[in-house]
Design a protein around this ligand. Structure first.
Ligand code: HEC
Ligand code: HEC
Ligand code: HEC
Ligand code: HEC
Length: 178
């Protein structure tokens, strides 16, 4: 039987050789040209990413067209918060000095959800010195208002303490009507 072994050996050797050749061919075909120029990634990806249109503006990119909101925002305790965090991207909305699309505007309960993404007392990684948080529904209970109140009924979203004294007076009135 030794000759049989020889044939098998040749066959296995041939198969391995064929796989190596096919592998090399496939590698040449499938690995992108610029792969490995700077490291084990596609060098062209850098250029492609850099050429993508910029979608985010800064807060300043909103000010010229929205002077009313800009004024409150700049002078309020949310001055350092990004307009786009709450509203969506500049690129979906304006181009040059034209409005090109509508941004979603949150309403009622959606506003509460938005505020609590940053101000929820349950998020333990936020110390008081960095950001004041509230526990719900206790924040409303202590003020004796209905628990269906949304944050913007007392806090102006663009400057959260701007009208708070007015809100206190109003909740004072509601206290007696409850
Ligand atoms: C903390 C979140 C937040 C930030 C930051 C914020 N906004 Fe708003 N904005 C809102 C919410 C919520 C409303 C809806 C208010 C309501 O219904 O009481 C709103 C309403 C508006 C409206 C009126 C929309 C309409 O047609 O009713 C404009 C315009 C606006 N914001 C622009 C801005 C600009 C410009 C900035 C930055 C200078 C900004 N906002 C920053 C949350 C925010
Ligand atoms: C080129 C001018 C322009 C720029 C820049 C601009 N807006 Fe507006 N925006 C408008 C106009 C016009 C309206 C519609 C009338 C209005 O509500 O004042 C509008 C409306 C809105 C609305 C109400 C929903 C809607 O789309 O109609 C929001 C929210 C808003 N803008 C937020 C922003 C934010 C945040 C920025 C900065 C990232 C921004 N805008 C930048 C012109 C602009
Ligand atoms: C992206 C995170 C973020 C969102 C969303 C946000 N806030 Fe704030 N808010 C802050 C930060 C940060 C401060 C503290 C600013 C500072 O101290 O300079 C602040 C300050 C405040 C303050 C003043 C607290 C104090 O006494 O110092 C109130 C009240 C407040 N926010 C209410 C709201 C309400 C209501 C909403 C929803 C409309 C909201 N915030 C949405 C981050 C956020
Ligand atoms: C019934 C009115 C009312 C509603 C509704 C309300 N607040 Fe307040 N909030 C107040 C008052 C009043 C203060 C105290 C302001 C002051 O320091 O004089 C306050 C204070 C805060 C503070 C600062 C807390 C601190 O430790 O100094 C934050 C943050 C805040 N509110 C967030 C929210 C958020 C988020 C919502 C919605 C989930 C909300 N508030 C709903 C009236 C309200």
């Amino acid at each position: 039987m030794p000759s049989n072994y020889g044939v098998r050996l040749l066959f296995v050797g041939g198969a391995i050789g064929l796989m190596a050749v096919v592998g090399l061919l496939l590698k040449g075909l499938l690995v992108p040209d610029s792969f490995g120029v700077y490291g084990s990634y596609r060098a062209d990806a850098i250029v492609e990413e850099a050429e993508k249109p910029i979608r985010h503006g800064t807060n300043a990119s909103c000010f010229a067209c929205h002077p009313y909101e800009a004024k409150s925002h700049k002078n309020g305790l949310h001055a350092r918060i990004s307009c786009e965090f709450c509203h969506g991207t500049h690129g979906d909305h304006a181009k040059g000095n034209k409005k090109i699309g509508t941004l979603p505007v949150k309403k009622n309960r959606e506003i509460t959800t938005l505020c609590l993404r940053c101000h929820n007392n349950e998020i333990k990684a936020r110390p008081e010195q960095v950001i004041k948080t509230v526990a719900m529904p206790q924040h409303l209970e202590v003020q004796k208002v209905k628990l269906t109140h949304t944050c913007n009924q007392c806090h102006y979203v663009h400057a959260p303490l701007q009208y708070i004294n007015k809100a206190k007076q109003i909740t004072g009135i509601q206290e007696t009507t409850l």
